[in-house]
Design a protein around this ligand. Sequence first.
Ligand code: OGA
Ligand code: MN
Length: 205
Amino acid sequence: MSQPANTAFSELADHFYQHGWVWVPQFLPTALNHALLEDLHLQALQQAGVGRQQDHNVNAQIRRDQTAWLDGRSLAQQGYLAMMAELQQWFNQRFFMGLFDFECHYARYQQGDFYQKHVDAFRGRSNRVLTTVSYLNSVTQGGELQLFDEEEQLLTTIKPEAAGLVIFESERFPHQVLPAIDERFSIAGWFRRNNSLNGLVDPGS
Ligand code: OGA
Ligand code: MN
């Protein structure tokens, strides 16, 4: 992490350690946020899928966002992936999490789009360890992210704010995106652990 971010980050680390999730306002430098938003608009966004089955009728009842995976093809993407690589190292040093790699996609929610309550990883069956969502624009209404505890009690409601980042343990928190009113742009990502054992190839999630 850069110097000024360092101080703020130790408080954020405490929050993450105690709760398993944390909201980091102003995570992205403004210039990078703008570059990512421009880059997002150059991508061919596709109707998002859920799991491995690509039954789009079923999917549309669960989620309606449009996505494009980042692969480092632009400077903006490289900048973002570099920041997340630093974050990965920081989590590994601080919490011994054994994070191994990172995957992420742009997402656009247009008016009425939502993502129903879900978890990003099933205990013992996935290598997704930490979920990250960076918000690329601020909304005035709609599109809030809600996190729930394991008893399905609402923990927090996060209103997307440009440059803000939310991080949470992927297995632990059911969450949902309320129907968007303002258009909403984000990057959803997952730090993964390498679950390969005894020479078996990790099938992924
Ligand atoms: C996801 C997700 C939350 C958000 O893409 O899996 O839960 O706030 N996104 O965009
Ligand atoms: Mn999710």
